[in-house]
Every structure is written in structure tokens, then in C-alpha cells.
Design a protein around this ligand. Structure first.
Ligand code: ATR
Length: 481
């Protein structure tokens, strides 16, 4: 079930939030603590104004809520609210049996016993959940995840506490994957919001339309992307749309990872079938692979990993994604020479691809040694990025492969000093924003432009084939904007 958290000042705003999200949600949670004083008094009316079951919550400040008056007044407020037809009431784990619980039971309102920890995952979390469940009702834990190891701990809850009815939420950026894969935590629901009421919360539309989170079941195959950062990635849209179109019971999830070993451990726990790899793991992932393709060996970096019997296999689809949009120009000899800015993981695949097609390449990098190493591997020229002006108007293609120019560095242009002739093809692998400063300058000079989104989509389609064995559906029109 997808539950919409309503953290607004007025009942009217809460009602319109439910109406706007109605098609994506199964129930909602009224956070009475966020309502203004006047509307707190009429909160009991709320369930009659919407057509979904409602959870009643008056969260205290110390638990991450907005209620700061006395405990006595909070209980009085809860009792008044229970005059309305709420389906559930949230009662914190430290609250002793009393009038609120009594009234809820009399009215057939289900009790959720909640525990919040904004500092991290307690070491005795499994017994804490078990103890909560023993008090009767649904046990709920909301924990801030500080690292990927915390993600692992959360996904083991289901193994430890299989028969327990529970709600488990991982908060913060590391928790995003737990909010999508809540079924694998054994959680009966996940929370969504239109104003990120808790850190890491996704919108109901994202959970339902992109991830189909409410349709995930034991047989759902899990795929994903590992990176740091990863939240900006467009890959979940590419793959989840593909899965849906070919009717494949699978989900593709962003995993923010700080420790790649911990991720491989989770990959075993969840039986993850395959994943994409982005900054900064394209090199580090190699040591975890039992088998790699010839391209991965030669390029020295891997952006796609699939499970094969007994091991993980590494593939590189970046080189194809990069070359596909310029292949016609290479084949017609419009492109015979190229300047490549940057010498990192992405540049490795790009330089390899260009050399493979016989294009003459000059690598320019901020750190000269890295340019030299890459140039040596691929038999091409190199220089310091400081000397870029020397290469003005000398090449057919200029490729920008660094994160400079990408959000939040939109004001940067690593090719500053280069004077375009207007005959070059300018290619930026950054896809957010679409028009980087580098591409704006190139367009002014009259150059043909190639966009990072084209590369992303092409490499994603090939990755989809590696994951599923099917071609990417032609009917899908992808546009990252
Ligand atoms: P990726 O795997 O995405 O290529 P990477 O391996 O960290 O990431 O490489 C990033 C590339 O962008 C490097 O070539 C880096 O230059 P250095 O080798 O000197 O570090 C380059 N880069 C990053 N920020 C840059 C900036 N502000 N200006 C110019 N080059 C930059």
C-alpha cells in the first residue's frame, strides 16, 4: 500500500492533496501536529472528507513532528480526533496503555505502535520491533539510515521477523531504496508525500508510476543502479518503463552506496539480477566480478553488471551509447579527429570507442598524468587542459566528459579558451542540464550538437538487453526533460 503523508497547515490543503494524488494512493496519514490550532480542533472531520482510509498521527517534536504542547493536551487532542472515523491511530512505543488506546479499541481503530530514531539504527533493532509487536497492533519503526550497512540491516528485518505485522521505514538519502522495496522489508506500506514530510520521501506519483512499488511481490526481479550521488539518475525511468511495456515483473531501483562490498552483500540477500554502475564505482566494481567482456578488459571500466550462474559478469555499454549518436558521421568520414576533455572512467570508454573506429584522438585533462596514462593505453596524443586554446578549430569533434558544467556546476565550462570554428560537432556527455555552458558556446558558433541524454538512452537500451534478453521496446519515446 502507498500511504500519502499529509503535513499541511489546513484541512483544505490536506483534502486537495489527497484529491490530487488519489490515483496513486491506498491510504493517507493525517499529521495533525502540522495543522494550525483552528484546524486541529476539526481534524476529527477529515476522514469524512476523503475516500481513503486515514491514519491519525499527532507526532511530538522529539520524534520528528511539530507538536510541542504538553503530553496531557496531546492525548486530549487524540481523544477528540478519535470521534472521527479514522482507520488507524499511531501511538508511540513509550506511551502506556490509557484512554486513547481504549477508545481506539472500542471504535475498531487499528493501533500502530511507532518508534522513531533520527540518529541511526539501534543495534537491538530486531528485538525492539518484536517487543513492539508484543504490545498488540502493528509495529512501526522509522529509522534514519547513515550508511549502506544500515540499509543491509533493514533488509534483514524480514528474515528475522517474518510473521510480524509491521511498517518499516528507512529515512534519509540511503533510505530511498527501502521506500521503494518496502515489500522486501516485510513492511505493509510505504509513505509518500508531496512536500517531503520526512527526509528521503518520494512522491506518490513516482512510487506508483515509475516504480510500481505497490505491485512488487516475492517474484519481482530486482535491478538497480549503484552510485554516489545517484538521485539525479534518469536510468530508473528508462528501465522501469521498459519492464512495464514488456510485462516483466521487475523493478529498477537507485541505490546510494558508500561501500561497494556492503552492496554486493545486499545483492545476495535480495537476489538482485543486475545493476548499472555510475560515478565513482566504474573501476572499483571490477574486483568483484568473476567474468568480464573483452571491452571491459580493454577499456578498464564497467557500467553494467549481470548475474550469471555462480558469479557476476561485467559489461560496458557506455562505449556503444557514446558512439551510436556519432556513428553516421564517423562512417561518412565527417569525423576523422577528436578532442576529448577529461580522462576519467567515462572518458576511458569514449577514447576506446573513438580509437576503435579509427578516429585520431587528443586527450586534454586537468591532471596531465591521467591524460598521459589514457593516451598511452590508446595510442593517442594528450596535453594539459590549460593548453586547450592551442587546439582551437583543429578537430571535427570535441567531446566534454567531465562533471564540470553538470548541476550544480552549471556556470562552469571546462573548454573555456577554445575557439569554435562552427564546423565541429560538439558533444557533452552531461545530461543535466541539457544545454551546458559548453554546448551554448558551441551553438553560438554554429556547431552541430550531440547531447548526453542521447548517450544515456543508447547505453541504457543496450543495458536493458543485457538485463532482460529483450530489445528495448521501440514504442517508448524517452525524453529526459
Ligand atoms: P568519471 O568516471 O565520471 O569519468 P572520474 O573518474 O572521477 O569520473 O573523472 C572525472 C574527470 O573529470 C577527470 O578527468 C577530472 O579531471 P582530473 O583527472 O584532473 O581530476 C575531470 N574533472 C572533474 N572536475 C573538473 C573540473 N572542474 N574541471 C576540469 N576537469 C574536471
Amino acid at each position: 500500500m502507498i500511504c500519502l503523508t499529509l503535513a499541511h497547515k489546513t484541512i483544505d490543503e490536506c483534502v486537495s492533496d489527497v484529491r490530487m494524488n488519489r490515483q496513486y494512493i491506498d491510504l493517507c496519514e493525517l499529521r495533525v501536529d502540522f495543522l494550525c490550532d483552528k484546524d486541529r480542533e476539526r481534524a476529527y472531520l477529515f476522514p469524512s472528507l476523503v475516500d481513503v482510509p486515514v491514519i491519525l498521527t499527532v507526532r511530538r517534536k522529539e520524534d520528528g513532528g511539530a507538536y510541542s504542547a504538553s503530553e496531557k493536551r496531546r492525548k486530549e487532542l487524540l481523544l477528540r480526533c478519535l470521534d472521527g472515523d479514522f482507520a488507524y491511530v499511531d501511538i508511540e512505543s513509550d506511551i502506556k496503555k490509557g484512554d486513547v488506546e481504549e477508545k481506539a479499541k472500542q471504535k475498531g481503530v487499528k493501533i500502530i505502535r511507532s518508534l522513531h530514531d533520527f540518529s541511526g539504527v539501534p543495534s537491538d533493532i530486531y528485538s525492539k520491533i518484536y517487543n513492539l509487536s508484543q504490545k498488540g497492533g502493528i509495529a512501526k519503526v522509522c529509522l534514519y539510515l547513515n550508511s549502506f550497512s544500515d540499509v543491509l540491516t533493514l533488509f534483514r528485518i524480514q528474515e528475522e521477523l517474518k510473521g510480524v505485522e509491521k511498517i518499516v521505514i528507512g529515512m534519509g538519502p540511503y533510505g530511498v531504496c527501502t521506500r521503494i522495496l518496502y515489500h522486501f522489508l516485510g513492511s505493509i506500506l510505504t509513505f509518500a508525500s508531496s512536500n517531503e514530510a520526512a527526509p528521503g520521501q518520494l512522491s506518490a506519483a513516482e512510487l506508483k508510476r515509475i516504480y510500481r512499488a505497490d505491485k512488487i511481490n516475492d517474484r519481482t526481479a530486482i535491478y538497480g543502479i549503484i552510485g554516489n550521488p545517484v538521485s539525479h539518475s534518469f536510468s530508473p525511468v528508462i528501465h522501469n518503463q521498459g519492464f512495464k511495456t514488456i510485462n516483466y515483473n521487475a523493478v529498477y531501483v537507485p541505490f546510494l552506496v558508500d561501500n561497494i562490498r556492503a552492496f554486493f552483500s545486499l545483492a545476495e540477500t535480495l537476489k538482485i539480477r543486475g545493476f548499472s554502475v555510475t560515478i565513482p564505482f566504474k573501476n572499483e566494481v571490477l574486483s568483484f566480478l568473476g567474468n568480464v567482456t573483452r571491452e571491459v578488459k580493454q577499456i578498464g571500466s564497467c557500467n553494467t553488471v549481470v548475474r550469471v550462474p555462480g558469479m557476476w559478469k561485467g559489461i560496458n555499454t557506455d562505449y556503444y551509447g557514446f558512439i551510436a549518436p556519432v556513428l553516421p558521421e564517423i562512417e561518412s568520414s565527417r569525423i576523422k579527429s577528436a578532442l576529448v576533455i577529461g580522462a576519467g572512467g567515462a572518458s576511458k570508454a569514449i577514447v576506446w570507442a573513438l580509437r576503435n573506429y579509427g578516429v585520431k584522438v587528443i586527450i586534454l585533462n586537468r591532471t596531465l598524468e591521467r591524460a598521459e596514462d589514457l593516451a598511452r593505453m590508446n595510442f593517442c596524443q594528450y596535453d594539459s587542459l590549460d593548453n586547450i586554446s592551442k587546439y582551437s578549430k583543429t578537430v571535427d569533434l570535441i567531446v566534454q566528459t567531465t562533471p564540470s558544467g553538470m548541476v550544480p556546476y552549471e556556470d562552469e565550462n571546462p573548454a573555456e579558451g577554445y575557439v569554435f570554428s562552427g564546423n565541429e560537432i560538439a558533444y557533452d556527455i552531461v545530461y543535466k542540464p541539457k544545454m551546458t555552458k559548453f554546448l551554448i558556446e558551441a551553438e553560438k558558433a554554429g556547431c552541430t550538437l550531440k547531447f548526453g541524454s542521447q548517450m544515456l538512452i543508447e547505453q541504457g537500451k543496450l543495458q536493458f538487453e543485457a538485463f532482460t534478453g529483450y530489445h528495448y521496446p521501440q514504442s517508448i519515446i524517452l525524453d529526459e526533460e
